[in-house]
Design a protein around this ligand. Sequence first.
Ligand code: XMP
Length: 320
Amino acid sequence: MIKEITAKELDIEGFINEKITEIKEIVGDGMAINALSGGVDSSTVTMLGHRALGNRLKTVFVDNGIMRQGEAGRVVDLFRDLGVKVEVIDAREDFFSAFKGITDPEEKREAVTQTFYRDVFGHIIKESGAKYLLQGTILTDVDETIAGIKRQHNVFEQLGIDPEEAFGYRIIEPLIQLRKDGVRIIGKALGLPPEIFKRIPFPGPALAARVIGEVTPERIETVRKATAVVEELLKDTGAFQYMAILHQDRVTGMRDGKRDFGQQIEVRCWDSVDARAATPTRLSFEVLEKVAGELIRSVPGIVSVTYNIAPKPPSTIEVV
Ligand code: XMP
């Protein structure tokens, strides 16, 4: 049973010092690999790990082909300014071949897990001689996995999986007692800029969590463009998280006076404190119309845009 530390009771300096000491003790004089995705959790872990291990921490950004527009370059530049060197690993082929033919959400999540941990990190760890992987798992990831809601991509021990046996390395999870609000506080204290510690959450399975049905490079490109539009137009809402989802079903539409059997984008925008429960943000119709207009204009093939108004539960934040 993991003991939760709430944002309210968090002793910021005490927590940071304790985690730095823990990481140092576990890794000893060896090397560790750090998995950075550019989200709030992994960015915070990167800063902790960097403080604990310095050059003995190798930070990698896995370009899995399912990240948001311009993400790899943005993450590398941002961390360079913070004094952290980030190596980009091209794993696009590995991921897209793992997704081939899969439509079931849990199978998709399992494909992400196996490709990350067995194939990509397994390979990097073997090459570098490191024995440890540092990652930003938080308590909400563990809860939802144990409850059987979703198999979060980064949870093992609590499912009875020993990463050392399964993949050949140990996993260090310094943030596992925190939820998103606590992580933001620690990230800020470690010197991350607001554009990171305030950033909306983004799931480990990335845009694959936002495509209903098969994940292909073409379908990812559609949802990536739609995501850029939704993130830009909803950034001032103050909402917890907002996203675009590509539906599987096509629907009849019309373009230039002719039938166009096109695609549907669902927009979601959530108010929440820690992702355990959430309600749809009461966006004005004006804002919704603006989002729909821009999606139709700038994302090829879209003929229908909907807004999800069901709360979590019974919805979940992501669609997969
Ligand atoms: P759901 O969709 O379960 O999402 O309501 C709750 C929060 O967790 C994020 N999420 C994930 N984060 N790995 C992650 O690191 C995952 O597999 C994963 N699935 C969902 C989601 O974006 C939301 O903030």
